[in-house]
Design a protein around this ligand. Structure first.
Ligand code: ZN
Length: 193
């Protein structure tokens, strides 16, 4: 998701560009599973120190239900507003010095916000971080009531099974197999009864 902003950087402060995006997210992040394209608007605004990028998007991702762990789809709204700064001066190609940047220190240091020396503004990393911030903390499947969710019932049954197995082992004599051979050497082991 790269935009050549060479021309925009040559234009006066306040100049804008608007892009309607319809982008595939399949390559963005191995842990993000998109179920639809990313649809929305990106505004670029020429500022005195660079380009202010404002994005508003919708997409659908596959996430896991926080209760039954089954994959579910989540509709996500993604919004960001970030100041990108040029690495070089567009008219001369000269590298800009950090103290020529008129923005906040964290924007200066954030590699994701640099417009490279080919005047490419890349929103991928900003978008990736914004998507993670928009994913619901505890996604839920369609079953509002856990008693109605067959997958949740299955998870509970599995857990009961595990607990039953664990309880069963408690009755057996707990002898470390590495020490088992020593039991035979106990002097009164057989005579005591
Ligand atoms: Zn669920």
């Amino acid at each position: 998701m790269q935009f050549n902003v060479a021309q925009l950087l040559k234009e006066p402060i306040g100049t804008t560009r608007t892009y309607q995006l319809d982008e595939s997210l399949t390559e963005l992040d191995p842990d993000i599973i998109p179920l639809s394209a990313l649809i929305g608007t990106l505004h670029l605004l020429r500022t005195h120190s660079g380009v202010l990028a404002t994005g508003n998007f919708d997409t659908t991702l596959q996430v896991d239900c926080g209760r039954c762990m089954e994959p579910v789809s989540a509709q996500i709204e993604v919004a960001f507003e970030e100041n990108f700064r040029p690495l070089t001066e567009v008219t001369t190609g000269r590298f800009l010095l950090p103290d020529e940047f008129e923005g906040q220190a964290e924007e200066l240091e954030d590699f994701a916000l640099i417009i490279d020396d080919h005047h490419i503004l890349d929103i991928s990393e900003v978008l990736r971080q914004s998507i993670w911030l928009s994913v619901p903390m505890v996604p839920r499947c369609v079953f509002a009531d856990p008693d109605h969710c067959p997958n949740f019932a299955e998870r509970i049954a599995e857990m009961d099974e595990v607990h039953a197995d664990l309880a069963g082992t408690e009755d057996e004599p707990a002898v470390d197999p590495r020490w088992a051979a020593l039991l035979a050497l106990q002097p009164n082991a057989s005579e005591e009864k």
